[in-house]
Design a protein. Sequence first.
Length: 562
Amino acid sequence: MLLLVLGLAVLAGGAYAAAYAAAGDRVPRGTTVAGVDIGGKTATEAQATLVAELRPRAAEPIPVTVDGTADVIDPESAGLGVDYVATVAAAGATRSWSPAWLWSYFTGGEPVDPVIEVDDALLGRALDRLSATHGTLPRDGSVSFDKTRVVVRDPREGRALHPDEARDAVLAAYLTDGTAELTLVAQPPGIDATDVRAAVDEFANPAVSGPVTLVFGKSPVTLTPAQFTAALRLVPRDGELVPAVRRRVLTGLVDAGVGEAGQPADATVELVNGAPRVVPAKPGVKYRPDEVADAFLQLVQLTEGQRRAKVPATVAEPAFSTKDARALKITEKVSSFTTYYPHADYRNVNIGRAAQLVNGTVLKPGGVFSLNGIVGERTRENGFTEGFIISNGIFKEDLGGGVSQMATTTFNAMFFAGLRDIEHKTHSFYIDRYPVGREATVAWPSVDLKFENDTPYGVLVEAHVTPSTPSSSGVVTVSMWSTKLWDITTKTGERYNFTAPATRTLRTEDCYPNTGYGGFDIDVWRYFHKPGSREVTRTEKFHTHYTPSDTVVCKPPKPAQP
């Protein structure tokens, strides 16, 4: 009996071993993956079969519908693929003594789902594309500024795919004959109407309610809403609109109200649209942009009467304040004089450059005008060119020729403004385009035109040149702006003490022929009247002695002696 039992055990063990050997590392019989039969195959055979059968199908577009509208997803672009090794392992391709596994192998396996490889980033982009194509993106509400106007953009609800539900539906349809049915769902904006209303009421409306003033030392810089709203913005952050400052724009506004490079700028007066205007003084300020931005952002949220604050800064105050400039009372044109000159390119250059330098000069009470001091040396670097001058009674060519036209015109504007003559020199001989006995010449650095503003008001000098052309004369106009203190009248006497010209014969390379004329003496009177009165308050007499303009005969230079 024992031997029988032992024999049966040996037979059973042999059969079990034979079953193990027969199963090997094969996939259980009858196992399918996505309809592909891999039962009874080794792992290598099963993997090869799946690759051959599934790879073409794995690359086919996945049909989808989005709220009933057909579309497709490209699996490769969406980051989808099959992990063939993992799929075969999941199908049970292994070697085992387990009775259950051996039973499963011989009695038949089951359908097994393929193991799908998913690149979630690529799949997310594919779903976003479907949302953008078939849905509508939500639009955040926003608040911005157009100068003093608050601009509101209303939020809008969107419709998009639910990411998790759409992902599951696409993966379920992959490698099947089915279609992934996707549904758009409502997608709220990140900034909704409540957030917009809060931003308008709590920040935007207060911001444009009035100017703000940043005080640097003793000097305020006031910015109006039309200026500073360009520096303001409301940015979405954590579901609400948060105030922020464009620092570069704000510092640009502040820098426009202070001196350049931290240097103070004195107030002055300039002509704007034909009328005098005070240009405010600017303090020299060095500050931290972040501290200015913080102070500014707090001020724009406050109410009227509180929108002014001091800002930490190093400040250099201007020597001449805006109040000082207003006290000059430069309000009206008190004199103007015009002269004309014949066409010459050098005159256009030199007279135009001199006018450019003189224009805008402001004389404070007691201030002295010096044409040489303002115009400077007549050099090419200073913008001048060669032209004719009078030297030793004859014409010569030198840099700055023609500037005396500016001197004469300025002298006459000073004359009729009633300012005090300090220094002027008439031309050595008379030039008939100038007022006789009432003209001036200059030469660097010895001969200057100087006069004093001996009035209690400031004086703004305006100079303008209309260049000549071959068919028209050039025009020079100089005007004085101030508060009128005097009416000026004048009288020119008769010429007397006549002298005859001589004749010079020159043998120099720079000789210019000239037809001479005689010299004479003449007197000019200036009468001062109170504005509107004919009574003479003061009289000045100007005496001029003109030498003859000699006739010049040019001959070839003598040959050099050996």
